[in-house]
Design a protein around this ligand. Structure first.
Ligand code: AMO
Length: 430
């Protein structure tokens, strides 16, 4: 190993010897005094060497360009000038790898880089405090999702990503040549999580990539996204919304507790409410109309109407339940007494839809009618419909978009910042 400790640990070890490894963050050469800021992913440690005190070869080795990969051994001591209040007095300074190409932008963040350049050189961008904070928070969100699903008694499954049929409607599919047949990259694990519940796996969850060939270029859409899904047997829409609320609140609490430093780096204050208000779609349309906004029943909310709603309600995190059947996916269960409305729901978090779901249609005849109503061909879904003929319990579920949730939790403007190597219409490399 090149190190005995991370920088964050070494900072608490005044009077002890440590070996650190990382990158040259900053260098200052005052002739007889040399400073190198060594950065690892936990922080920055100043290495201070004085001519006459430290060996000459150590001082010589310390003259390196920024981003050189180094290790240093020495004594941690208190310092009045170092920002962290401690510094490392080096007895050994080793270059592990030199710089042989110009680093495309400043990792210190002193000169802001364009997002496109940052994404082209993501491996450099990840060394910035901001990007590294985003991915630590993203990891916490994904872990907290799994943790809460397990607490709810759910089992993690791994559905396929190459499929024969659309799940979210016929458009926006990526085609792949699958031997002699045409196949598609999956738009969501929808059908498969339902089949698992029909199979008697009463509560299941999964974290899966989904692929959508949407051509538009927005700040909140990608062509490859990561979904965190739950599906519950013998459950209705209310049960599923309760579970969604519990999972999202758990995630927010976990991030607030475990990512204090990262949130600070991003200048974010995270509010984890104790509950999330619920409004029916119809109620929100009425509120908009009362406020003089022309909005017809059956339309989907636009960014402008969502902003207006946030103004009217006084908050921008809420559930929208009981949607018009015609704007929701075919598997959403219509209300028995008013089939114009279905038991589907969305969660808007800080003004953005981060999750959606529904109680599912579990009656095969109704399923066929719903497919036809959406101009989908029931014969393409035969394997799915047949499953409903051999004992399908009522069930419900939802999906949280990990990328969107990370974006909002981190207070980012563009979803691409929340994704390691985002895939959009033009970005396929690296
Ligand atoms: P939906 O299509 O609404 O529902 O997707 C669920 C959540 O996934 C995220 N998401 C996306 N994020 C980034 N870019 C995209 N192109 C994108 N598409 C979706 C969003 C969204 O809220 N099968 C249903 C869910 C269910 O009913 O269980 C579904 O996929 O955060």
């Amino acid at each position: 190993m090149h190190r005995t400790h991370y920088v964050s640990e070494a900072k608490k070890m005044v009077g002890q010897r440590v070996a650190l490894a990382g990158w040259v963050h900053e260098v200052r050469d005052l002739g007889k005094l040399k400073f190198v800021q060594l950065r690892d992913w936990t922080g920055i440690m100043q290495i201070t060497a004085k001519a006459g005190r430290e060996p000459k070869e150590v001082l010589d080795a310390m003259s390196q360009p920024k981003e050189t990969v180094i290790s240093a051994e020495g004594l941690v001591q208190e310092s009045k000038i170092a920002e962290a209040g401690v510094e490392l007095i080096p007895s050994k300074f080793t270059v592990l790898n030199s710089i042989t190409k110009k680093v495309p932008f400043e990792v210190t963040g002193k000169v802001p880089a364009d997002l496109d350049v940052r994404l082209d050189f993501r491996y450099v961008d990840l060394r910035t405090a901001g990007a590294s904070a985003v991915f630590k928070i993203r990891s916490e969100i994904a872990q907290a999702f799994r943790e809460k699903c397990r607490m709810l008694g759910a089992v993690e499954l791994h559905p396929p990503t190459i499929v024969e049929a659309a799940t979210e409607g016929g458009a926006d599919l990526f085609r792949v040549q699958y031997f002699e047949k045409e196949a598609f990259l999956v738009q969501s694990p929808q059908l498969y999580k339902q089949l698992a519940v029909i199979g008697g796996m009463d509560k299941v969850y999964m974290t899966v990539p989904v692929f959508r060939a949407e051509k538009h270029n927005t700040l909140t859409h990608l062509n490859e996204a990561l979904q965190m899904d739950l599906e519950m047997g013998f459950a209705d829409h209310r049960d599923a919304v309760d579970a969604l609320e519990a999972v999202v609140l758990h995630i927010l609490k976990r991030v607030a507790k475990n990512c204090e430093e990262e949130l600070k780096t991003l200048g974010r204050e995270l509010h984890a409410p104790s509950s999330i208000p619920r409004h029916t779609y119809t109620e929100l349309v009425e509120k908009l109309n009362e406020a003089g906004v022309a909005f017809g029943w059956g339309e989907d909310f636009s960014r402008e109407t969502e902003e207006k709603l946030a103004q009217i309600l006084g908050y921008s995190t809420y559930f929208i339940t009981e949607w018009p059947t015609r704007v929701r996916a075919f598997y959403s269960m219509p209300d028995e007494s008013n089939p114009e409305v279905c038991h589907a729901y969305d969660l808007n978090y800080e003004g953005l839809e981060i999750s959606s779901g529904a109680q599912r249609v579990h009656k095969p005849d109704l399923l066929v009618r719903q497919l036809e109503a959406k101009n989908l061909n029931p014969s393409d879904f035969e394997f799915y419909i047949n499953a409903f003929r051999v004992g399908a319990p009522p069930h419900a579920g939802w999906s949280i978009g990990l990328d969107r949730m990370t974006m909002k939790v981190c207070g980012l403007r563009n979803i691409r910042e929340a994704v390691l190597f985002p895939r959009d219409r033009t970005r396929l490399r690296p």
